[in-house]
Design a protein around this ligand. Structure first.
Ligand SMILES: Cc1ncc(COP(=O)(O)O)c(C=O)c1O
Length: 314
């Protein structure tokens, strides 16, 4: 709340009518209870934190991570990075269109430049995002300051506000603390899928005393706990909250959806009428189900699963 008791506007530099027309997030996101025998049998409750319902185009953690960055950009163009199917690129392009902010997307793979755009990139372009394709080696090195400076100059994005790949930076982490605050007093353990770790970093910092966050890595490699710690240090100067990352449930790595996980997700959809996004949300729901069945949670525990996304319409 601001001094005059009004909720501060998330985009102070955006003319009010535009903000009202384009961006009306549903916050706090709904928290619903599911009746699932696999959990009930163990005396465990399962809640779903429906961040997928925050905004039809800025789904789930996208709103929470982008909103503080768009406010910080203060009307400057926004440049960000992603692969040819990046949800983050699409969300950024949509936010740019909704708020009248120019966006530039640096896309991995210069071989794509001469080809027709796939549906994901075509959506970005239709939302006004200018696409700049770079070779994979440059893309990999984009965190190095000289490489980044050259890349931005080539993309016509010098002076633009830079949002990293996946949208996770200190501001995004701060934005995600609100997710934790919304869950205070409601759950003992909160499960969330980890891609870059930004959502977990913020969530864990926002939870209250006695609450624990469990990050489910969707990538192989076992590096995510370090990333989460680095993001918390960038945002808060230190590690915060009670959290851990499990590397048991990536199902083979990023974008891998083996038949058993697909079957689990289809079954969950039928049981609960929840559209289950496969690359992240299916993995966290699967992790919580398996851990519950293994007896990892004491009777009387309340779990919350963050529904960070919806199945991709593209
Ligand atoms: C649907 C969905 N859930 C979870 C995540 C993971 O979020 P983070 O990268 O903050 O770990 C992503 C990645 O952006 C995502 O698209």
């Amino acid at each position: 709340m601001s001094d005059n008791g009004r909720v501060p506007r998330p985009f102070p530099d955006v003319p009010e009518p535009e903000a009202r027309a384009g961006l009306r997030p549903r916050l706090p996101s709904p928290l619903t209870e599911t009746a699932d025998a696999r959990f009930a049998r163990r005396g465990v409750r399962l809640l779903l934190k429906r961040d997928d319902l925050i905004h039809p185009e800025l789904v789930g953690n996208k709103w929470r991570k982008l909103a503080p960055n768009l406010a910080a950009a203060r009307g400057r163009a926004l440049v960000t990075f992603g692969g040819a199917y990046s949800n983050h690129l699409r969300a950024t392009a949509a936010a740019g269109r909704l708020l009248g902010v120019p966006t530039i997307g640096v896309v991995r793979g210069d071989e794509l430049a001469g080809r027709p755009l796939n549906r994901s990139l075509a959506r970005c372009a239709a939302d006004g995002m200018r696409l700049h394709f770079v070779d994979r080696s440059t893309y990999r090195s984009k965190r190095e300051p000289e490489v980044l400076a050259r890349l931005l100059a080539d993309a016509g994005a010098a002076g633009a506000y830079v949002v990293p790949e996946g949208g996770s930076n200190a501001r995004a982490v701060e934005g995600c603390t609100e997710l934790g605050r919304e869950l205070r007093g409601h759950a003992d353990v909160v499960g969330v899928a980890c891609g870059t770790g930004g959502t977990l970093a913020g969530l864990a910092a926002g939870l209250g005393a006695g609450q624990r966050a469990l990050g489910v890595a969707v990538l192989r490699g076992g590096f995510l706990a370090r990333e989460v710690e680095a993001l918390q240090t960038a945002a808060f100067g230190r590690r915060r909250g009670d959290w851990e990352v499990t590397d048991r449930f990536h199902a083979g790595g990023y974008a891998r959806v083996p038949a058993a996980l697909e079957a689990f997700a289809e079954d969950f959809e039928q049981r609960h009428g929840l559209p289950v996004e496969r690359l992240y949300v299916a993995k966290v729901l699967h992790a919580l189900t398996v851990l519950t069945e293994e007896g990892a949670f004491a009777r009387g525990t309340t779990l919350a699963a963050i529904v960070t996304g919806a199945p991709d319409p593209v």
